[in-house]
Design a protein around this ligand. Sequence first.
Ligand code: NAD
Length: 495
Amino acid sequence: MSDYKIFINGQLCRARSGTTRDVINPATGEVITKVPLAGKEDAEQAIQAARDAFDSGPWRYFSLAQRKSYLLKISQGILSAACDLARMESENTGKPSKETTFMDIPSSAQTFEYFANNLERLLSARHVPLETEAKSELLYEPHGVTLLIVPWNYPLLIACWKMAQALAAGNTVVLKPSSLTPLTALKLGEIVKAAGLPPGVVNIINAPGASVGPDLCADPRVDMISFTGSPEVGQEIMRHASGAGKKMIMELGGKSASLILDDVDVDTAVRGSLTSIFLNQGQMCTAMSRILIDKKIAKDFITQFVEKAKKIRPGLPADPGTQIGPLISKQQRDKVLAFVEQGKKEGAKLVCGGKIPDAAGLKNGNFFEPAVFVNVTPEMKIFQEEIFGPVVCLCEFENEEEAVTLANNSQFALAACIWSGNPERAGKLAAKLDAGTVWINTYGMFHNEAPYGGFKQSGFGKELGEQGLHEYSRLKHVNRDTSAGKPLVAGWYSL
Ligand code: NAD
């Protein structure tokens, strides 16, 4: 068992609370390791370290080129530890190793690299052309202490998105991973230490959200909260932080819709749609859990989709042949199973999956067969609520207008897909969808260059891109009068 430590004020240390927690492998139910569990005293120390590191520098006063060099070292550190990180992430989350090896870990390193290589361009002062005799400049300053709270579905990747942007912008950081999946975040502490950042610039505490979260969020020494997680916890955090004038980013839940138009190549749309709901066991905020199909091709699409969904191979995450791993916890599987039962009770037809597989090798893990429902109507819970598991509703529409109405019939507005053979038609349709991101003929393409974030109950604020980086900066306007004699203000009272 590795010796994991929390990271406070430049030191890898045990928690002062003296408490540890078992980390469970969701594929086997076995204990992977024990990790320190931070208590209130540790959280207090982490915030103070971040506060001191911000207030007394030198991080915020480093040149942009200096910040860049540290971010590049972190990116390199992630790449050097990539094999270990991928193994840990698969063991801890249950994701098939293909996903962690080719997506989660390299993307985490690339985000640090992208913001390192672009921070000078994106954060340098900008001149604002004025029509009067004055000069205006915009300065991108850090907010101060940023509290980064991340969920269990992409533990390293989401932590790296937030940390890379927060550091690039000159903030100091307290990172709190989900206590279900702390391993790669704690390893990130080692990587940051090896990169030599000044003490206190990054602090990483594995702590239970419910007991330590409210104090962290309400603390006046915290200037910004960047949260990714459930809408319920997001609301709670906003209540704790309200009134303190903190900057917030909320990346919350989703119930995304994918539109399959009648001009599409059905085989491509079926394959793409399977990925869009069953990747990461459906535990994706952007999961296309409502697939809306033009009636003219619905029979063909549904037949092929169900046929292929039945063939998705469950297995242990380390096995390269595994296509779907376990859900994160027994509790999560119970929740997903309850939604399936509810769907049946409300009259939807389950056409495949929706059960716990009975293979002997899987019996100790939280495995669940990909579930496909048809005959779903918009008032049903499975159509409206975020399930966060491998459960999909296949619905049909008569025309584009009905497709848009169905897609927008949701409290969420995170993402959408359109599958079509006509890019112009798809582009026009994208403008009508309530979603922060619309993917056309693809799914899940996050680019460091482009912003991501939802509307309505899916939250507010952006991650990634210039707009995401600027969320982690406060914008200062410096205005200088260049007129001779300064007649307007200096001469106002003619005294
Ligand atoms: P969660 O809300 O239960 O937990 C998220 C984080 O919040 C964890 O670190 C947890 O410890 C912490 N937390 C819990 N209670 C807290 C409190 N009272 N104060 C402060 N922190 C607290 O979410 P989860 O179950 O880890 O993740 C699943 C949810 O995340 C889904 O709803 C999913 O849609 C959402 N999600 C959204 C995005 C996005 O980009 N919009 C991305 C990934 C996941």
